[in-house]
Ligand binder design. Structure first.
Ligand code: FES
Length: 63
């Protein structure tokens, strides 16, 4: 599924990038060599990036 239609950025591509590229959606797009066009995807992209980073944080066990 595409998150950004204008740049043909798939959700899975955005999630992979979110794990290694810092910053918000615009920063991640830039690192992928893209830039927002219409901008309608940015809110969803920011949420996906945040969600992916939260999920990739190693959890420590409570003692
Ligand atoms: S859908 Fe991403 S910039 Fe238009």
């Amino acid at each position: 599924m595409y998150t950004c239609i204008c740049n043909a950025i798939r959700e899975c591509e955005l999630r992979r990038a979110a794990r290694v590229i810092p910053g918000d959606a615009e920063a991640v797009y830039a690192a992928l060599g893209k830039k927002p066009n219409c901008g309608t995807c940015l809110e969803e992209a920011d949420e996906l990036i945040h969600e992916e980073r939260e999920a990739s944080i190693p959890r420590t066990r409570a003692a």
